[in-house]
Ligand binder design. Structure first.
Ligand code: SAM
Ligand code: SF4
Length: 452
């Protein structure tokens, strides 16, 4: 068969089978979806196990030490002379050529801004034209080219990356170094993608970026984030919009008021606070204080009292003492987050905090993490139990993992609900009475009559 990529034409004796393993966040997941679409368009065939693949791509995350370690452990296990192994994503960007020196089984390394080169690089690797590294940073538009690929089977809810990179340089974070500066996609391109998804049955879009509130600010004359949301609101068929991640210093009053103004914008927000101590927030370089963070939460609740609030928090940042940690716990008590993603601080290369004095011993970090997680599970369970008896609008997504005949869906405030229903309800917004609240989900019962 013939696989073509621009001017490049590659002869392949048989169909190439590929497998993509993805580590990290929703943004990495969406990138893998786009690479998947790109490879399929070139005639490659996906398989569900690395064992049957000719090409294995590992999409990596280096935000914390643990996912990075997992990547190297997987690559070590993948070694096989018959297979082509490529590494993409943040770890690929971070190590570049050194990845090839370190891992003899890796054939190519593709950085975060070169994903659209994958078919070309795979064809070179197939032709045994040496081991390849492509980790240069390109112009903003080229670096986002892979996102033009339409998703293969988008389902009911789909991710749409609106921007990449970050300009904030929080002292602990590797993202600006491995992802580069903020780059927004053209609004027309995003709107065309959302229209296409709506035509293909998608009801909910989740807009992705490291700091979505700053969408468009790097593109003079294009839409800002609030303007983009107002335009998406008008696209027929899209019932719900979510976005991650918002940065507390960039979440302004205009964005907060969109939760009340736009019907599509769901009442849930992910607003990482990282620490409850002003001293630590300053060392982190976050650009807000505890009081400023709490004021944003108040404003959000003034606009939408029922809004669900989730966040990220780091424990054991260099210099964090018991008093700082207790301030983090007290902020959690005050806000009553619906859920929390909590991390033990790990020093990352290139970052300022890695060189800070007062690195906290591992056993103290672990102890603090445990204390924090116990408190949060109590709060989460309490808040989920408070849903019992309520009638919620649920967007039905897909068959549930648990009992046969059950479907799963999400409430507008982003809680997962399982309920008995036929598969045909997927894509509909229905009324579900909440029967029980658990730690990670709710159990419900469909109310009303639906046309199946
Ligand atoms: N842009 C988002 C923001 O500003 O909150 C977060 C993006 S970051 C990829 C996801 C989360 O990883 C952060 O919110 C932070 O809690 C955590 N994180 C980042 N660097 C870390 C580090 N060195 N150690 C532990 N956790 C870290
Ligand atoms: Fe990292 Fe801070 Fe940028 Fe978030 S805002 S990606 S934590 S540097």
């Amino acid at each position: 068969m013939i696989v073509s990529y621009g001017a490049l034409v590659l002869w392949v004796r048989q169909v190439m089978r590929y497998f993509i393993k993805t580590y990290g966040c929703q943004m990495n997941f969406n990138e893998s979806q786009k690479v998947d679409a790109l490879l399929r368009r070139q005639g490659f065939e996906p398989v569900s196990s690395p064992a049957t693949a000719d090409l294995i791509l590992v999409n990596t995350c280096s935000v914390r030490e643990k996912p990075e370690k997992k990547v190297f452990s997987l690559i070590g296990r993948l070694k096989s002379p018959e297979k082509i192994v490529g590494v993409m994503g943040c770890v690929a960007q971070q190590y570049g050529e050194n990845m090839l020196k370190k891992e003899k089984g890796v054939d190519f390394v593709i950085g975060t801004q070169a994903l659209h080169h994958i078919p070309e690089i795979v064809s070179k690797a197939l032709g045994k034209k040496g081991r390849i590294t492509d980790t240069g940073f390109t112009d903003p538009e080229t670096s986002l080219a892979v996102f033009r690929e339409p998703l293969i089977s988008p389902g009911v809810s789909a991710y749409v990356t609106v921007m990449q990179g970050c300009n904030r340089f929080c002292s602990y974070c590797i993202v600006p170094y491995v992802r580069g500066r903020e780059r927004s996609r053209y609004s027309e391109e995003i709107l065309a993608e959302v229209r296409d998804l709506a035509r293909r049955g998608v009801k909910e879009v989740v807009l992705l970026g490291q700091n979505v509130n700053r969408y468009g600010l790097d593109r003079k004359g294009d839409l800002t984030f609030p303007q983009l949301l107002r335009r998406i609101e008008k696209i027929g068929g899209i019932k719900r919009v979510r976005f991650v991640t918002s940065h507390p210093a960039d979440l302004d009053d205009e964005i907060i008021h969109l939760f009340g103004e736009l019907e599509t914008v769901c009442e849930s927000i992910h607003l990482p606070f990282q620490s409850g101590s002003d001293r630590i927030l300053r060392l982190m370089g976050r650009g807000y204080t505890r009081a400023m963070y709490l004021r944003k939460i108040e404003k959000l609740r003034e606009v939408k009292p029922e809004i669900s609030i989730t966040a990220d928090v780091i424990v054991g940042f260099p210099g964090e003492n018991e008093r700082d940690f207790n301030e983090t716990l007290s902020l959690m008590e005050t806000v009553q987050f619906d859920a929390l993603f909590s991390f033990r601080y790990t020093p990352r290369p290139l970052t300022r905090a890695a060189r800070y004095a007062g690195q906290v011993p591992e056993e103290i970090k672990l102890k603090r993490l445990q204390t924090l997680q116990i408190l949060q599970s109590e709060i989460t369970l309490k808040k989920n139990r408070l849903q019992e008896g309520k009638l919620k609008k649920v967007l039905v997504e897909k068959p549930s993992k648990h009992p046969e005949g059950f479907m799963m869906g999400r409430t507008r405030d982003n809680r997962i609900v399982n309920f008995e229903a036929p598969k045909r309800l997927a894509g509909q917004e229905i009324d579900v009475r909440i029967l029980e609240g658990y730690q990670n989900s709710l159990l419900g019962k469909v109310e009303g009559v639906y046309v199946y």
